[in-house]
Design a binder for this molecule. Sequence first.
Ligand SMILES: Cc1cc2nc3c(=O)[nH]c(=O)nc-3n(C[C@H](O)[C@H](O)[C@H](O)COP(=O)(O)O)c2cc1C
Length: 202
Amino acid sequence: MSIFLNRKSVRNYDENFKIPRNELNEMLELALRAPSSMNLQPTRMIVVESKEAKEKIKPHMFGNILQLDTSSAFIIIATDLNKFETGIKVFSDSEHLGFLPKEVANRQKDIIKERNNNYNKARILNEGYLDGGLLAMQLMLVAKEYGYDTCPIAGFNKQTILSALNIEDENLQPILIVSLGKAKDAGYDSYRISLDDAVKYY
Ligand SMILES: Cc1cc2nc3c(=O)[nH]c(=O)nc-3n(C[C@H](O)[C@H](O)[C@H](O)COP(=O)(O)O)c2cc1C
């Protein structure tokens, strides 16, 4: 239970501590185990680590500068609005690697093609927020398990932040940032509403 009870949003990190790349990749791979709608896996992570890249995105933050300046990695979670095109490969690979029989993979591919024709951008984006939110939560818990801390951050300009990094891809929509690092200040204890207020049984 400890990672669930001990995870808190941490906003000030040891700015001299760099998470080794292999350890960061392990955490990101575990985060990628999060579920996604139809297993299309549309979530992408843009990892901002260098001082230079951090300075580029700074003007696109709404507050949250302490997390930006002190975190070891500032991870922009984005969703691929072109997921029905890129997702076909998930099913080809699933079949070739023996995760799915050919008939099942083909049936899924047919559904994807049908949705590609019928879903509008708002619906795809809505699914992207769900998938990306689940992955972000998984990343925050994995980080805690590894002894690090995080803060989910929605306070940034979603329209401009990727251009600041010279990423020009109209299908890539940022949804959330997760700052990640070694905590310098512990996060605040935060109140939760009661079970009675949050849960109804029928
Ligand atoms: C979608 C979302 C957006 C958030 N955006 C910010 C943010 O921009 N800046 C910030 O400092 N914290 C942000 N937070 C963190 C919340 O303030 C925090 O999760 C909440 O106060 C509960 O505290 P805890 O995470 O320590 O349990 C965000 C959290 C969520 C889930």
